[in-house]
Write a protein that binds this ligand. Structure first.
Ligand SMILES: Cc1ncc(COP(=O)(O)O)c(C=O)c1O
Length: 397
């Protein structure tokens, strides 16, 4: 007797699709998208074996799923880490990682120039949970002096947003480890193509995968890379808070990671060309790009960064303020005003009005963020065309 139509519709092909490939002479060249929230089992011991780490397999996609794992595996390799995790956003990656190492009564030391959302989290939100944060200028201040008996971690960025400052990663790692602390570093702007912080002593490298790792302005995601031990300290919190990316985002991230080195090399080469152009322009007061020999960060960057690449991000101060910045933004023809970064095309952002909008005026001043300051995410175009567009807009001031 055949099944009813509804039962047939529901059960035909049950679990056979991927099993088929084990008998075929070919497998899909592109890793498939596993658009499933859960996995099916024939018996109880099969699930037990996965929970008990006696067998490999998937149970429920919030716990882990193949497309998240595929992206994590590529990223761990790129960063020289033992393992990685991918998240639904950069913020969830950062917050869940921090929460994995602190609890009420603990203390964090952080640099003050950070992506605005993270600065908000550290300076305001964490207070609600009884965690104190001290902000220290990692270049001009003394990190060690800011430590307290209850300090649990040190936090900074490899290339700060938006001023592209470069900390001495090894020095901070040494301080952290002398005091038994974890050192977490956001490598979003640089990526492992430019610097691999684990090799310099960081414990956990964090990413907004929305930026270069994704690289095409089409996903929101996050990631962290570290040793097995550190990743296993974070994984339970990722599962608990449920910040897993969907299978499509995982797939897109894995796809994009394949071209990361190619993209970052071109982003970096173009950015150096544009930085040199802006440095010589009479309407520009100052350029922030560690690839410039004139940058106070150049020697530190050169000593730590890989292969003479300094990334695709740069900022510059116009001679002027908000009016001049607005004129440049509305006079650009190809370069769009986009409050994010790291897509394939060159875009421009205005930190004081977007990413750092919620810094108080004093915090902005302390961080060196001004109303005449613009941030460029240099794309993959012919650099002469980027320069021509910028030159035309600067002439309108
Ligand atoms: C350096 C840096 N870290 C973290 C984030 C947060 O990432 P997401 O927007 O993916 O949550 C951003 C976002 O702009 C960023 O620039």
């Amino acid at each position: 007797m055949s099944d009813s139509l509804s039962t047939g519709l529901l059960h035909t092909g049950d679990g056979q699709f991927y099993k088929k490939f084990s008998n075929y002479a070919s497998v899909p060249e592109s890793f498939p998208i596993f658009l499933t929230s859960v996995f099916a089992f024939d018996d109880v011991p099969s699930v037990d074996a996965i929970y008990e780490h006696e067998a490999e397999g998937y149970i429920y996609s919030r716990i882990r799923h193949p497309n998240a794992d595929a992206a994590a595996e590529i990223l761990a390799e790129a960063d020289g880490g033992e393992d990685a995790l991918v998240f639904s956003s950069g913020m969830s990656a950062i917050i869940i990682s921090i929460l994995s190492f602190v609890q009420a009564g603990d203390h964090i030391v952080s640099s003050p120039v950070l992506y605005g959302g993270v600065h908000d989290y550290l300076s305001k939100e964490l207070k609600r949970f009884g965690v104190d944060v001290t902000f220290v200028d990692f270049l001009r201040g003394d990190v060690e002096k800011a430590l307290r008996p209850n300090t649990k971690l040190i936090y900074t960025e490899t290339l700060s947003n938006p001023l592209l400052e470069v900390p001495d990663i090894r020095k901070i790692a040494d301080v952290a480890h002398r005091h038994g602390l974890k050192f977490l570093i956001d490598n979003t702007f640089a990526t492992p193509v430019v610097v691999r912080p684990l090799e310099l002593g960081a414990d956990l490298v964090l990413y907004s995968a929305t930026k270069y790792l994704g690289g095409h302005s089409d996903i929101v995601g996050g990631a962290v890379v570290g040793s097995h031990e550190v990743i296993e300290a974070v994984r339970p919190k990722l599962v608990l808070y449920g910040a897993v990316p969907g299978p499509l985002e995982g797939w897109l991230l894995a796809r994009s990671l394949r071209t990361l080195e190619l993209r970052l090399t071109r982003h970096s080469e173009n950015a150096l060309r544009v930085a040199r152009f802006l440095e010589g322009h009479p309407k520009v007061e100052k350029v922030y790009y560690p690839g410039l020999e004139s940058s106070p960060d150049h020697e530190r960057a050169k000593a730590q960064f890989r292969g003479g690449l300094y990334g695709g991000m740069l900022s510059f101060n116009l001679r002027g303020g908000e009016r001049e910045a607005s004129t440049v933004i509305s006079s650009l023809k190809k370069i769009k005003y986009v409050p994010s970064l790291a897509g394939t095309a060159t875009t421009l952002s205005y930190a004081a009005k977007t990413s750092h909008r919620f810094y108080s005026p004093e915090e902005r001043e302390r961080a060196g963020i001004t109303m005449g300051q613009l941030r460029l995410s240099i794309g993959l175009e012919d650099p002469d065309d980027i320069i021509a567009d910028l030159n035309g807009a600067l002439e309108k001031i």
